[in-house]
Design a protein around this ligand. Structure first.
Ligand code: ZN
Length: 164
């Protein structure tokens, strides 16, 4: 396992459409292991392959540190409801913005054994699936943001000022 370099906002690879995976090879397994390690290292809840410079339709998610999911060739089948909340991205470190996403999604994908599964996700998991799935189409959350993209540090300072 190894950490991979996370590509940051402005790098063209983040704006390209990723290609479908035809077969889960040992290299793909290694990529997925590395993606988990990189995501946990940077305290993220999700990471898509284009964020480490690989244009393949793969992302990993773990919203509570206990339930790692791998999605290969994911497809969002259904969405329902709405949730509005703050979102961040490992490709835009220190930034946050408000994004409205579906409250729940039904997503179909392959696991590492190329078995198809369907997952019904809600709340933060649904938000993460939508965010990561967007990465596979070269879309960043900044294109959905309502209002400005803010600095997390600034927001924390403002919160401190209010408390004082
Ligand atoms: Zn992201």
């Amino acid at each position: 396992m190894a950490l991979r370099m996370i590509r940051e906002f402005g790098e063209p690879v983040l704006e390209k459409k990723a290609k479908k995976v035809k077969e889960v090879t040992p290299r793909i397994r290694e990529l997925v292991e590395d993606m988990f390690e990189t995501m946990y290292h940077d305290c993220g809840v999700g990471l898509a392959a284009p964020q480490v410079g690989i244009l393949k339709r793969i992302f990993v998610i773990d919203v509570d540190g206990e339930n790692p999911y791998v999605f290969i060739n994911p497809e969002i089948l259904e969405t329902a409801g709405e949730q509005t909340g703050d979102e961040g991205c490992l490709s835009l470190p220190g930034k946050t913005g408000t994004v409205t996403r579906p409250q729940s999604v039904k997503v179909r994908a392959w696991d590492l054994d190329m078995n198809e599964f369907v997952l019904e996700a809600e709340d933060l998991l649904a938000r993460a699936v939508c965010h990561e799935n967007d990465h596979l189409d070269g879309i960043l959350y900044t294109s959905h943001v309502e209002g400005p993209v803010r600095d997390v540090e600034e927001l924390m300072e403002e919160a401190e000022d209010t408390e004082a």
